[in-house]
Design a protein around this ligand. Structure first.
Ligand SMILES: C[S@@+](CC[C@H](N)C(=O)[O-])C[C@H]1O[C@@H](n2cnc3c(N)ncnc32)[C@H](O)[C@@H]1O
Length: 273
């Protein structure tokens, strides 16, 4: 989502992801292998084998669900991400729509309701406004079937802020020849429950006189939504909420879990959404 544009939709110079090769920065094969079994168990327990992926980035989760035979649609506000994700669409794996997840119901007005919604990989903290979380919760309640599941994964900001954590673990990816790409993610707490996040790509070439160079860096303002914020918002939109601590369905421990994983279920009776 653009750093300085609250609309959240767009591309070009205002689109921070146009400068990030997101697909290359994540070890997608390992990640899907790790997360896949629990994601599939959740899909199997959903009222229908259909998934909307909210903020899919380059679309690997959407493609995974499509590959399992589910109707899978991704909604992302970044033109460059949607363009990259459409490589999966061209291969018959899912469909991708440019749009803002806060209005997912309006964006997907022509789609039948879904059995499951996912919003993975710290997308929700990009929603920085007071009402944004509520808009998202209500929009998702409207596009899910009764009993439909909504899975959200984000960093455990309670732990990050209370323990003064200033960075995420380094990621190393192979580059050209001797070069390695290093993904450095620094954070700085800001006021009003916000965190400044500085995703930075370094290139490490042990054969060069200056072995480490910054190949890209940006500043993103995130909202440090807590497990309690998410629970309150989702319950208000007609969901029941179960908290987990990782994408394998493990228990949530507020002081030690790296992530907050929210497994919400849309109540079968009509909620206040
Ligand atoms: C860190 S990437 C996460 C990608 C992926 N879901 C994952 O698990 O790795 C965040 C994505 O959220 C998208 N995003 C942020 N705010 C959004 C909004 N309001 N509406 C739609 N997409 C949004 C960005 O464009 C970006 O593609």
């Amino acid at each position: 989502m653009p750093d300085n544009d609250s609309s959240g939709v767009g591309g070009g110079p205002g689109d921070p992801y146009s400068r990030v090769e997101y697909r290359r920065l994540i070890a997608w094969g390992d990640r899907i292998r790790r997360e896949g079994p629990w994601l599939l168990a959740l899909l199997d327990g959903a009222p229908e084998r259909s998934v909307v992926d909210l903020g899919p980035g380059t679309g690997e989760h959407t493609a995974f669900f499509a590959d399992q035979g589910a109707r899978a649609v991704g909604v992302d506000a970044s033109e460059s991400m949607v363009e990259a994700a459409r490589e999966h669409e061209a291969a018959g794996l899912g469909r991708f729509v440019l749009g803002d997840i806060r209005n997912a119901d309006a964006v997907l007005v022509d789609e039948p309701p879904f059995g499951m919604a996912v919003c993975l990989g710290n997308v929700v903290p990009h929603l920085t406004g007071e009402d944004d979380l509520e808009s998202l919760s209500r929009a998702v309640a409207r596009i899910l079937l009764p009993g439909g599941r909504f899975l959200i994964q984000l960093l455990n900001y309670d732990r990050i802020l209370s323990q003064g954590i200033r960075h995420l673990p380094l990621n190393f990816r192979p580059g050209e020849a001797e070069e390695e790409i290093v993904f450095l993610r620094l954070m700085k707490p800001a006021s009003d429950g916000r965190v400044l996040f500085f995703p930075t790509t370094l290139s490490l070439d042990p054969t060069s006189d200056e072995p480490v160079a910054v190949s890209g860096s940006k500043r993103v303002e995130l909202r440090a939504w807590t497990a309690e914020d998410l629970t309150t918002s989702l319950e208000g939109a007609g969901f029941t909420v179960d908290l987990r601590g990782d994408m394998m369905g493990g228990a949530f421990h507020p002081e030690s879990s790296n992530d907050v994983v929210v497994l919400a279920t849309r109540k079968t009776s009509k909620g206040p959404a």
